[in-house]
Ligand binder design. Structure first.
Ligand SMILES: [Fe+2]
Length: 315
């Protein structure tokens, strides 16, 4: 265990290093959907599956971690778990701390300094509550523990590395919008493409979306959250779509090499989801205090902040 205390520390077992991503692709397809941070939102799950079903051609859907979080109701937990495991999936820190808990890892989020102590403590209590639900499903836990931390997909002629955190760690924040807003952060991220032998990284974990372009037609696509609003005044989740052909339904996107990398809105019924959330996390509960404002109104973040062309590197 690294230093930092529960919720802040990154367990050593989370580290894999970018070179671990240079292996063989698990699929060879024309369209890849990546949905990180579903957070137990069953309404967003249905919206995602409906969109994915309509996708033509050879395709795959990857849930790249943290598909569980708010789903402390046993029925919701099972619904999310069963649906996700019908597709490709990698573990996030949530699934890891459910299935393979490390002493003093807390939620395993590896929260950076800009996240306050009270929020970190609430997250540590949320994972405890979710553990109680998951402990009734030993088979599910076995499956979650056996999931990989990352995978590589061949999309058209390009390699796409799918991670939960960043190029080096399951709960790394190197692909967060905050770190990618710094020159040093972009320099570190740019160096990882070579080590991973990938043109594109698809990530999640840090909860806010960013589509960061790099020289040489390389891109980091962080979908933010599939199961929570990602921009102020909006009420939809986001998934990343990477394909040889563009989509008409994309919110925004960029081209890299022969591929199109796009953010796809997951339009679910916000009122129905808010009711479902409050039924599990009533006012005053830890998740309600940390997340209800975002669920109702979105985070203080705008779409114009998410799309970052290569020119931004020189800033
Ligand atoms: Fe995470």
């Amino acid at each position: 265990m690294a230093s930092g205390g529960p919720g802040r520390a990154c367990p050593r077992s989370y580290h894999y290093g970018a070179a671990a991503l240079s292996g063989k692709p698990v699929v060879n397809i024309e369209t890849l959907w990546v949905a990180g941070g579903l957070y137990g939102n069953s309404s967003a799950l249905q919206a995602l599956l409906a969109l994915y079903q309509r996708e033509p051609g050879p395709k795959a859907l990857v849930f790249n971690g943290d598909f569980h979080w708010f789903d402390v109701d046993g029925h919701d937990f099972k619904e999310i778990n069963d649906a996700v495991l019908r597709h490709l999936a990698t573990r996030g820190n949530v699934e890891t701390e459910l299935a393979l808990p490390e002493r003093e890892a807390g939620c395993g989020c590896g929260y950076p300094d800009w996240v306050g102590d009270a929020e970190v403590e609430r997250s540590n209590r949320i994972i405890e509550r979710l553990r109680a639900t998951a402990s009734c499903r030993p088979e599910a836990l076995q499956h979650l523990g056996a999931l990989p931390m990352h995978l590589v997909a061949q999309v058209g002629s390009e390699r796409v590395a799918v991670v939960h955190g960043d190029a080096d760690s399951l709960a790394g924040w190197g692909f967060s919008q905050e770190v990618l807003a710094t020159e040093a952060g972009r320099a570190d991220a740019a160096a990882a493409f070579e080590r991973a032998q990938a043109r594109i990284f698809a990530s999640s974990h840090s909860c806010l979306p960013v589509l960061q372009c790099f020289p040489g037609g390389r891109v980091i696509a962080n979908n933010g959250a599939a199961g929570m609003p990602n921009f102020r005044g909006t009420s939809f989740g986001l998934a990343t779509r990477i394909s040889v052909a563009p989509s008409r339904a994309a919110l925004y996107g960029v081209a890299a090499g022969n591929l199109y990398i796009e953010a796809m809105p997951l339009e679910y019924d916000p009122a129905a989801w808010a009711r479902r959330f409050v039924a599990q996390w009533p006012a005053g509960s830890d998740a309600h205090r940390s997340y209800y404002e975002r669920i109702a109104n979105g985070p203080r973040y705008g779409m114009h902040q998410a799309v970052r062309p290569e020119a931004a590197l020189a800033a």
